[in-house]
Design a binder for this molecule. Sequence first.
Ligand code: DX5
Ligand code: ZN
Length: 215
Amino acid sequence: MVKITPSILAADFAIMGQEIAMLDKAGADYIHIDVMDGVFVPNITFGPKLIKDIRKYTTIPFDAHLMIVEPEKHIDAFIEAGCDMITVSYEACNHLHRILQDIRSKGIKAGVALNPATPIDGLQYILPELDLILIMSVNPGFGGQMFIPTVLPKIMAIRKLIDASNFAIELAVDGGIDDKTAAPCLRAGADVLVSGSYLFNSEDKRAAMDLLRKA
Ligand code: DX5
Ligand code: ZN
């Protein structure tokens, strides 16, 4: 079953509570929360306080996609804010294995995000520590960018790696997902689709999510 994760980067930040309630009603599987620090990526979004405040609008699991340097310094704050999963950026972690273990030891799920130019060598060594692999299909920092098709063979290679292991790891794609790009990602082996602008530009969110699921 394909899961759909709306990215609230495309929401209206001024009415974030209402936006979350609307996504809850429309049947989102997770809520994808893009945290940016202006250092790892050239944009700044929000932090634990906003996450804590929107937590009361839904029981749908929150995945914080941390596009920040030194994420290890902020893990506790994001857990206290109510995140169910924390996905760190591969390129921002000096000790990736340690931080994944640390996240899980605190009782929530752990994921890793890979930039479009990042090779998959090394993932094999951290598979036992992972609940999610997030393939970035745009360069992180902004919503509404064009899908980068060279990530498709990468998705296929990671699908093989996961299937050959005994671990239940979800494979997600993030960036430029719409009614055209969803199908090739699913065919390549993704089982979770993150979508920002496409979903928020759709009138009927439930129908748009169903369309992506069945792409
Ligand atoms: C990009 C973010 C994505 C972004 C996706 O840095 O990680 O989650 O919100 O937005 P769209 O779907 O508009 O590409
Ligand atoms: Zn994201």
